[in-house]
Design a protein around this ligand. Structure first.
Ligand SMILES: [Zn+2]
Length: 104
């Protein structure tokens, strides 16, 4: 999947910004509803030895969906917990991919 440069979430248009690494805390995605931005990391440090590695495509897609869900939760007052967002992002990615769904 190609991650878009822009995505409309609710009535807001978000810009997707790529960084080599997001932060020292190991975050690989962040979203800001107030700035209408989703930040994505191209690379992360391997948990073993701290080697910098390219983010695998499935991780990028899961992270992107994860940040979209955070934004939806905030915009619509859903108050989803982190674990709920993790499950929904991974579950949606699996259903969409395994069934080759295209909603256009
Ligand atoms: Zn999260």
């Amino acid at each position: 999947m190609r991650i878009p440069d822009r995505i409309k979430i609710g009535c807001n248009e978000f810009t997707v910004e790529w960084r080599d690494e997001l932060d020292a805390a190991g975050n690989i995605g962040l979203s800001s509803v107030s700035l209408n931005k989703i930040y994505m990391a191209r690379r992360t440090k391997d948990s073993v030895g701290g080697v910098v590695v390219e983010m695998p495509e499935p991780v990028l897609v899961d992270t992107f969906l994860h940040e979209v869900l955070h934004s939806l939760s905030c915009l619509y007052g859903l108050k989803l917990k982190e674990r709920q967002i993790e499950g929904l992002a991974g579950g949606l990615m699996q259903v969409i991919r395994d069934n080759a769904l295209d909603f256009r």
